[in-house]
Ligand binder design. Sequence first.
Ligand code: GTP
Length: 235
Amino acid sequence: MGELAYKRVLLKLSGEALAGEKGFGIDTSMVLEIAKSVKTIMEMGVEVAIVVGGGNIFRGRSGENMDRTTADHMGMLATVINALALQTSLENIDVVTRVQTAIEMKEIAEPYIRRRAMRHLEKGRVVIFGAGSGNPYFSTDTAAALRAAEVDADVILLAKKVDGVYDCDPVTNPNAVKFDKLTYLDVLNRDLKVMDSTATSLCKDNKIPIIVFSLENPNNIIKVINGENIGTIVE
Ligand code: GTP
């Protein structure tokens, strides 16, 4: 086996990824497929930290007749539900995990402690970060960028519904063109919405590459680690 391109990765799973075909809630068979791919890359020697979104349960921002802060708090709680579902699936296939939450809820999971998270990773445990960054007005993509910087991840694997970054929305525009490679500034200047600008800037300032790819096939996680050119790389 060749040298691994990435020793430590931060996998960002959108909430929608966990909903599978259903589009809402948690599709346990989909979560299991994702868990199996995570297990495979762990066995290849990659250290894996995961940030999960919560949009399959509640999307901050979208709360009608609700202030943004409350909506974001509800969204953060949704990410913890997803983190626990993912932990269960990983444990069911014998992957050791630890969940750490940015908002303390000690009866449910460890609080986020950076040095402890690093130790778990070094010991070959998957660390799942729940509750985003613990702050309203910050997306889970920004939490992913923040945690990736904190735990010194080599790359962010940004698993989305679409299979990369396009010049316009491929769902509504059949002529949309996919990029293989972009710079952070391209993303920011062209407002490409791969990640929000806060997350993209954080990655730019800390030189963390982002690979955007689709989780329609959970094996894509393995392909990315094997260096296959799927999706779009932003660096
Ligand atoms: P090492 O010290 O590296 O061996 O890590 P460890 O996680 O095994 O240490 P520890 O003995 O502290 O944790 C044992 C179990 O308790 C793990 O499953 C942790 O996730 C869990 N745990 C530790 N702290 C907390 C906490 O504050 N809340 C909850 N709910 N679980 C915790």
